[in-house]
Design a protein around this ligand. Sequence first.
Ligand code: ZN
Length: 68
Amino acid sequence: MREVCICGRYGDVEDRDPVPGPVGDIGLKCPNCDHIDDLGWLAAREQAAIWAEVRRRYEANAKLVLRT
Ligand SMILES: [Zn+2]
């Protein structure tokens, strides 16, 4: 899902970095300005779909790092 951050960054919300909290991830951090979005503006079903994609991309990146 494409979004525009408060800093003007335009890109996939799924490319933000997950921010770990005490009970699971609490939000997604913008790589430009560190603004944390808790996805509260989305319906629960849409939030779940985005989190699933975030985890998929995060794990794909982790595998790339391991390979090098
Ligand atoms: Zn930003």
